[in-house]
Unconditional design. Sequence first.
Length: 251
Amino acid sequence: MKLPLTLIVPAKKEEEAVIHTLEKIKERVKINHKVIVVNDSFEGDKTGEIVKKYAEKNKNVSVVINRNNPHPTFASALILGFDKVKDGVAIPIMADLCDRLEDIEIMYKKIHEGWDIVCGSRYIRGGGKKGGPLIQSVGSFLICSFLHYVTGIPTTDVSNAFKMYRKNVLEKAIIHPRSGVEASMAITLQAYFDKAKITEIPTRWIGRTLGNSKFKIIERTPPYYKICVWAVKNTIRKYLHLKPLKYNIDY
């Protein structure tokens, strides 16, 4: 039996890009799926209204609009989106269309082979990265390599948000609503220490051509560091046959 597939698209101030992204999803994702666009943002952001109108003619598309969050983040959008997924599998898709959508079908097949998480990796043969700030690229590669070799997690790109998850994995994960894109790394590491089955496939990441980047490297460095420290501590506990520490990163 095929599992229901839901694509979660966090979209804050993406008026310029969101329809283009939704059209590309419709064109390139060949398997049956639903799309949930999450517009967790401030007053004045018209992204949600644009998607609501688009959804009138595209019944597999829905939108969640939240104006009550004083600190909207990538993670808070994920929480809202994942909560709408009742079963099956979910995959976050960036609204700037940086992800290679054709890889979704490959990930979906891997899930049906029995994997709990399928990670898209930019750092294995067949993968790659084009565009984006150099310091972001270097930082991502170093963090991912460090965690791969130190913890043994079976992905070379744990920081990449382009991952497919079984719903039961997401139900167990602790996602801090103030976290940014590092939430994807935190979910995967928690699942790893909980003995989830994780694999990866090559993917390519392309820097945005529409809209503006929301990534702030200085702001995100402290939480990345804290997650790495937590992961190292749990790796030591793993070798000592001790119960892993609960994920509890302060923001």
